[in-house]
Ligand binder design. Structure first.
Ligand code: NAX
Length: 322
């Protein structure tokens, strides 16, 4: 039995995510699930409607669904927490206001996880600014190992794999060793310098990588909003499922994926920043892939995104949020 807490459960990602968790897509067909949904008070009725629909699917693996507007109840006994609800940036918002609004969400949620969740809690932050929200939550959960707090760059990773597949005509299943480095923001670095297609390094035109591939991946969220009229939801939910599934069940031999984890100073990313790296998972633990050669082009981009994360950390430190 696994208890999964999902925040922002009445939102659009929540609506695409919860049914797949309940069907077994995230934890496997042998793992019954208890869902605990957290929403703000004004969205509890909507979340209860989603819970009714979950009941109506009669999922064999779904043991229970409960809805809360109190974080300390919602995280009780949680083994997995998906922090989707947040205060994302709107055009008129100053950075300090954005960070303060998220500090007011992720500080208390980190404290609630610290006191109420199961000892094996694994946290994935989806709500933006995801990396720094994860840093805030982790800093309010002193009894939980830092490595259990992660942020989602799997959607960027999957977008990068898909773009490479479309460019080369190789199926997605033939592509391995793609990496997203840094922040889930415009400074992210989608890196194909170690990518393999059918186990061999493809010949990619550097101008395509620099001028088309990287901007297309980094701006894909905006392109979806322009086309769909609302932000990515099903693909974001799918990426969250992929992230937790790989964390719990492991990554395939010979490949890696991307996830934002507290840095151990690997690849020159300052310690403690929640930054995306190439990662493998085994035994329920992420490992940063060691020893990759970093060329000059990659170095500049990794450093630029790490610098943005360091700025965000300095800002939340100054605001007293961590
Ligand atoms: P929605 O606005 O549809 O839903 C968000 C939900 O969160 C709302 O129902 C709201 O009531 C709830 N919420 C707000 N504060 C809460 C709190 N303190 N406790 C519990 N619930 C709370 O947004 P949606 O499209 O579902 O996106 C959710 C978040 O994912 C946003 O922050 C968005 O920016 C972020 N994304 C992150 C991505 C990533 O790759 N890391 C990609 C997709 C997405 O843009």
């Amino acid at each position: 039995m696994t208890t999964v807490t999902v925040t922002g459960a009445a939102g659009q990602i929540g609506y695409a995510l919860l049914f797949r968790i309940a069907s077994g897509a995230m934890l496997g067909s042998g793992t019954p699930v208890r869902l605990r949904l957290l929403e703000v008070p004004q969205a509890v009725a909507a979340a209860s409607g989603v819970a009714m629909e979950l009941d109506d699917c009669a999922f064999p693996l779904l043991e229970s669904v409960d809805v809360f507007d109190d974080a300390s109840l919602a995280f009780e006994g949680a083994n997995v927490a998906l922090l989707v609800g947040s205060r994302p940036r709107t055009a008129d918002m100053a950075r300090a206001d954005l960070l303060a609004a998220n500090g007011a969400i992720f500080g208390p949620q980190g404290r609630a996880i610290n006191s109420a969740a199961s000892d094996d809690i694994r946290v994935l932050v989806v709500g933006n600014p995801a990396n720094t929200n994860a840093l805030i939550a982790a800093s309010h959960a002193p009894d939980v190992p830092r490595s259990r707090f992660t942020a989602m760059t799997r959607l960027d990773h999957n977008r990068a794999v898909s773009q490479l597949s479309q460019k080369t005509g190789a199926p997605v299943s033939a592509i391995s060793r793609v990496t997203i480095w840094g922040n889930h923001s415009a400074t992210q670095y989608p890196d194909v310098s170690h990518a393999l297609i059918d186990g061999r390094a493809p010949k990619l035109d550097h101008a395509w990588v620099e001028n088309e591939f990287i901007p297309t991946v980094a701006r894909r969220g905006t392109a979806i909003i322009e086309a769909r009229g609302s932000s990515s939801a099903a693909s974001a939910a799918n990426a969250a499922i992929d992230h937790v599934r790989d964390w719990v069940h492991g990554t395939p031999e010979g490949d890696w994926t991307s996830a934002a984890l507290p840095s151990d100073s690997s690849y020159g990313v300052p310690e403690g920043l929640v930054s995306s790296f190439p990662v493998t998972s085994a035994g329920g633990e992420w490992q940063i892939v060691p020893g990759l050669e970093i060329d000059e082009f990659s170095r500049e981009r990794i450093d630029a995104s790490a610098a943005e994360l360091a700025d965000e950390r300095a800002a939340v430190t100054e605001l007293g949020l961590i």
